[in-house]
Write a protein that binds this ligand. Structure first.
Ligand code: ATP
Ligand code: MG
Length: 569
């Protein structure tokens, strides 16, 4: 994958660099269909099951479905695939709506639920029974599984396959009436137990489930299967292009079989694309649910999670996710995207939009010995180097400051140009200072630096033209604010975590808390989802855990990627 390094033409402080939509095989199909007038307009849908929060993989699907609708003047529905009441919750429905909106997409009045169609789906199932194309099977789940056969062996017909239409109808109606316990019977399509495609070996249409549903309450004791509900929901809504991930390719013949055998009002077509996989992440709702339930993370919006809620809390702007999915494109072959590509998109957007601030993550006190006690002064700092319109702010300089601990070394190696005894550096927007002495505590740690400043270098330049090799950020001791900084490392240690046994791959160092940071006073008004750049440190945004007396910032992303460091770019 290549990453464009060129300028995207967007201006500082603006939105994401959103270029003309890319082309891919699905957009080509849509364009050809519209050109050939096969449809009056394009209608797509995003069909989440409300059994968890959306993750970045869903963002790819959302951007594709809503993007196509937007680009071709059609519409995209948000449809909750709520056919399994044991796993679905209102909390997830609310979170999904919030996240799709946050990502920047709008379904208008086209919000639907598969459960809206339960009545119609049921009637259609009766039609299949009457046509001799569906039957009630009394086999146990185990018996059914064994009789289904394997990839190399055909299945065997169920002993209940040849029940009369009347018997099937009666049993199915009694299933609906709630007369049988969970798992006692199912309704199956009568297709072909010898089919080379296992999905066509008499798939299940309805199962008995005595469970209340968030929307239909206790009205139903049977619920349709995903395969049976999905295509018919598409047809009811007039979906033209039903776009899903590759694992449904083998389900397409079944999708088509239902549409051919039922009096559906429209004829959608299914197209499959490769799902998003990301290094160091697991994009599976089952695993994400377990991470939350087992307390490996602090909820669905933990900034280490690849969920949209987690990314938002971390400070990732929605424009960066849109840029990311555009960058990776849509293909028909599965692949794994390097997490650095996501970071690249985040930096692209934040570099333009984030205001610059100074914060010291691991403070080391500096006393400027020749600066008068009790005195201080205001200096001017720019808010964005590429955007004069972002203005300036005042920062206060005084006798006592904090600098970054790692910016000082008592015995520096040759190439260390920052502060060390006798060495002169520039403090950003302020003065040149020279280190005179390192003060140590009883255990020999450096706890304070005694320095002098050159009053002639105000603003950061020496009138005699002498140069320094380092410019460092700093804050004043008197009016900087205490803050907690949370640094996030990958949740998993392995680039390809084992979804089956993910606990073994969890990174014990995924969260680093710097409890004693100091930030400049302008950050008192920081808000969540308004990322800032801490100069020389990266992009950060306020965490909702913040209180007025204790600011908490999340590091969204560092300034450079680790790859660049390794190859010395
Ligand atoms: P599951 O079905 O196992 O609960 P899911 O991630 O497939 O999990 P859905 O709610 O069914 O969840 O997904 C909604 C839509 O998002 C589907 O159309 C699905 O194909 C798509 N989708 C899910 N994961 C990805 C992914 N990693 N990349 C791209 N699209 C995805
Ligand atoms: Mg799914």
């Amino acid at each position: 994958m290549s990453i464009g390094e060129g300028s995207t033409g967007a201006t500082a402080g603006g939105e994401a660099p959103e270029e003309a939509p890319g082309r891919d095989f699905i957009r080509d199909i849509v364009a050809a269909d519209l050109q050939a007038k096969r449809h009056a307009g394009v209608v797509t849908r995003f069909p989440p099951e409300p059994n968890g929060y959306l993750h970045i993989g869903h963002a790819k699907s959302i951007a594709l479905n809503f993007g196509i609708a937007e680009e071709f003047g059609g519409r995209c529905h948000l449809r909750f695939d709520d056919t399994n009441p044991t796993r679905e919750e209102q909390e997830y429905i609310d979170a999904i709506e919030r996240d799709v909106r946050w990502l920047g997409f709008d379904w208008g009045r086209h919000l639907y639920y598969a459960s809206d169609y339960f009545e119609r789906l049921y009637e259609w199932a009766e039609l299949l029974i009457k046509a001799g194309k569906a039957y009630v099977d009394d086999q146990s789940p185990d018996e059914m599984r064994i009789a289904r056969g394997t990839l190399t062996e055909p299945g065997r017909n169920s002993p209940f396959r040849d029940r009369s239409v009347d018997e099937n109808l009666e049993l199915f109606r009694r299933m609906k009436a709630g007369e049988f316990p969970n798992g006692a019977r199912v309704l199956r399509a009568k297709i072909d137990m010898a089919s080379g495609n296992i999905n066509l070996r008499d798939p299940v249409l309805y199962r008995i489930l005595h469970a209340p549903h968030p929307r239909t309450g206790t009205a139903w004791s049977i619920y349709p299967s995903y395969d049976y509900a999905h295509g018919q929901s598409d047809a009811i809504e007039g979906i033209t292009h039903s776009v899903c991930t590759l694992e449904f390719e083998d389900h397409r013949p079944l999708y088509d079989w239902f549409l051919e055998n039922l009096p559906v009002p429209s004829r959608p077509r299914q197209y499959e694309f490769a799902r998003l996989n990301l290094t160091y992440a697991v994009l599976s709702k089952r695993v994400l649910t377990q991470l939350v339930r087992d307390g490996h993370v602090n909820g669905w919006d933990d900034p280490r999670m690849p969920t949209l809620a987690g990314l938002r809390r971390r400070g990732v702007p929605p424009a960066a996710l849109r840029d990311f999915v555009k960058r990776i494109g849509v293909a028909k072959a599965n692949s794994v995207v390097d997490a650095n590509v996501l970071d690249f998109s985040i930096r692209e957007v934040l570099n333009k939009s984030a205001l610059r601030r100074m914060a010291v993550l691991r403070p080391l006190k500096v006393v400027i010995e020749n600066y008068p006690e009790g005195q201080s002064e205001e200096l001017e700092a720019v808010n964005h180097p590429d955007d004069p319109g972002a203005g300036t702010r005042k920062i206060r300089f005084g006798r006592e400051l904090f600098i970054e601990h790692e910016d000082f070394m008592e015995n520096p190696p040759k190439k260390f140009f920052r502060l060390s005894p006798g060495n002169e550096v520039r403090l950003r927007y302020a003065y040149f200072i020279t280190c005179r002495e390192a003060v140590k505590n009883a255990t020999g740690e450096v706890v304070e630096l005694r320095c002098t400043y050159d009053p002639a270098t105000k603003g950061g330049n020496a009138p005699d033209g002498r140069k320094v090799k380092a410019t460092m950020h700093w804050v004043s001791a008197a009016d900087s604010l205490p803050a907690e900084i949370r640094i996030y490392n990958p949740l998993f240690m392995s680039a390809a975590p084992d979804a089956g046994n993910f606990a073994a791959d969890l990174n014990p160092q995924s969260l680093e808390v710097l409890a004693n940071a100091r930030v400049e006073p302008a950050l008192a008004t920081a808000k969540p989802e308004e990322p800032v750049q801490f100069e020389r440190q990266g992009y950060f945004s306020l965490d909702p855990d913040s209180r007025p007396d204790r600011l908490v910032f999340n590091r969204t992303v560092g300034l450079r990627d680790t790859f660049a460091k390794v190859v010395g770019k």
